[in-house]
Design a protein. Structure first.
Length: 291
């Protein structure tokens, strides 16, 4: 009699783990999103990783505002906005105010698979004019002229000596708060104008240092200068203090009209009595009576 057949494996595979998760892999050829392990295994909030994975799966042009994300997720505005701020601090998300060709200012959101990668593309400009068709020149009349070599525009790098000393001092003090915030001379020269603008707006060095060092990511995937430049660029400047109102000159008190007891003429005085003419006349009469 033949032995009964069974589909169950006789023993476990030698390479299979005895504890933990076992992946059942399926090769996907459509409708999938590639996410780096650094993002998927990021320590911290699970809401942040879920929001990042959802944004990465959306096609370009999809709305990713807090309202749009709250309509998809069951979390509220506080958790969603906190997740977006964490992605911005880590360098995965960037929101820029850009001007469209029609002159309107809109906020565009850029999502990076790897922080510190290539920057966002340049905004679309006006269409380039089509080149005019050159007439065909007979071979016998064509003259070969060497084409000039194109020169690439290279602007001078900012010098640290030209930066404001107060701004350079603020940037140099950041390494005492976070030893990772070590800037080169060229990086400090590029960030100094933004720090100078904050100082001119009335923000003190201590407040700027706290703004640039609070809630930094555990690991930088780009130069620290990129994270500092993003915070200086995207954080709105505080409103200027209101100007003191000009002093108002006090108007003299207007005395009420009184009726003279002698000639019944109207005159201004704090209390009823005689007008000036009647007072002078009465004074002369008293002098004559006394003499």
């Amino acid at each position: 009699m033949a032995d009964p057949q069974s589909n169950a494996p006789l023993r476990a595979d030698a390479g299979a783990p005895t504890t933990g998760v076992i992946h059942v892999r399926t090769r996907l050829t459509a409708d999938f999103t590639v996410i780096s392990n650094a993002l998927a295994q990021r320590r911290g909030s699970a809401v942040t990783i879920g929001v990042a994975a959802y944004i990465a799966s959306l096609p370009d042009g999809s709305p990713v505002t807090i309202t749009a994300l709250c309509e998809h997720f069951s979390e509220g505005e506080i958790l969603i906005s906190r997740a977006l701020r964490e992605l911005e601090s880590a360098g995965y998300l960037e929101r820029r105010r850009e001007r469209t060709p029609t002159g309107q200012v809109r906020t565009r959101t850029y999502f990076y698979d790897v922080p510190g990668g290539d920057g966002p593309p340049d905004p679309p400009g006006p269409p380039k004019p089509r080149p005019r068709k050159q007439p065909v020149v007979p071979e016998t009349r064509r003259t070969a002229t060497p084409a000039p070599a194109p020169e690439e525009p290279t602007g001078p790098a900012p010098a640290l000596a030209d930066a404001a000393p107060e701004a350079v001092a603020v940037l140099a003090s950041l390494r005492r708060v976070d030893p990772r915030l070590v800037l080169s001379a060229q990086e400090a020269a590029r960030l100094a104008p933004a720090v100078t603008e904050w100082l001119a707006a009335g923000v003190g060095p201590r407040e700027i240092t706290e703004l640039l060092t609070v809630r930094l990511p555990d690991r930088f995937r780009a130069r620290p200068a990129s994270v500092l430049a993003f915070r200086l660029r995207e954080t709105p400047l505080p409103a200027p203090p209101p100007l003191p109102s000009p002093p108002t000159a006090e108007r003299p008190a207007v005395l009420p009209f009184q009726t003279c007891d002698g000639c019944e003429r109207a005159f201004r005085a704090p209390a009823p009595g005689h007008c000036r003419t009647c007072r002078d006349r009465l004074a002369e009469e008293r002098l004559r009576a006394a003499g």
